[in-house]
Design a binder for this molecule. Sequence first.
Ligand code: SAM
Length: 325
Amino acid sequence: MPPIPSPQTQQPAVKLYDFHPPMEDFRSAVLRGLGLPQKQFSPQFLYDKRGSELFDAICQLPEYYLTRTEMAILRDNAGAIATALGHRVLVELGSGSSQKIRILLKAAPQVTTYVGVDISRQHLQEACAALMADFAELEAIAVCADYTKPLPLATIPELRDRPTIGFFPGSSIGNLEPAEVIAFLKTVAVLGDLIVGVDLKKSAAILEPAYDDVQGVSAAFALNVLTRINRELGADFDLTQFEYRAHYNEAAGRIEMAIASLCDQTVHLGDAKISFAAGETLRTEHSYKYTVDEFQLLAMEAGFQPVQVWTDADQLFSLHHLKQM
Ligand SMILES: C[S@@+](CC[C@H](N)C(=O)[O-])C[C@H]1O[C@@H](n2cnc3c(N)ncnc32)[C@H](O)[C@@H]1O
């Protein structure tokens, strides 16, 4: 698919390369997920405009230690990370509001081109525009794409023949199953070196509230996917008949997030009828937690050499610099 520059005129102008999958792919993926014995959706479906806003609200919650801890690690090690970036084009995967990157851009004025890759198009464009407004020398390019698929960076003229480095913060890598992590890292190896945020193993007493806060923002974020499917695909999920749950499966090392049906019910989506038994769950996300060694082993299996890992004093979160072997 050829890149489609944004027709919108924003100040400052952000170049958008739009590889967002078509609505038909969304419909078929949703139906496929609802047809599995364990009903499930890909986590990327959580991020429409409203989902991105709700995720930003989660990042501000006292229970959600991940964002503030990773930002502190970035701040505390900004000089060393800026050196690791060199003069390369900085490509952020799942860039969201592009807040964390600001810490690095301040420390690395030699980086003059930033590429935000995200599935949530409008949020992405706004975040890149805000970056260009605040960093006068920076060119920010928005690429709306699914980062689990081969990145279409070769089709972007600004990136041709320029060395890149990948930045993948926020523990998004934890959404992938461990075997998928290896395949994913091999795919994004096209970016060269990577700096990856990885949440560390810890007690359920810390983990579960981070993913199921008292104010119910995490619940609203997860349930928003049903609102999105109702709106975009014409389904009739009754949100009062579902509830959000998050549980730490310690043996598997992952938080399991799901929407549970509160009764026996049938949901309609076009011609399809989807039955839910009372208590049946629809998986929205897994979030895997690793020790530093466990993650480095996966990275090495994918052909990367761990060169540096930065963590906080409480060993809550880790940031890995991986080089291609
Ligand atoms: C957990 S948030 C992290 C946001 C930000 N990087 C941070 O660290 O706070 C995940 C981000 O990745 C995006 N995303 C999720 N799945 C994606 C996919 N398959 N392809 C592209 N973007 C995706 C979401 O829209 C969202 O902005």
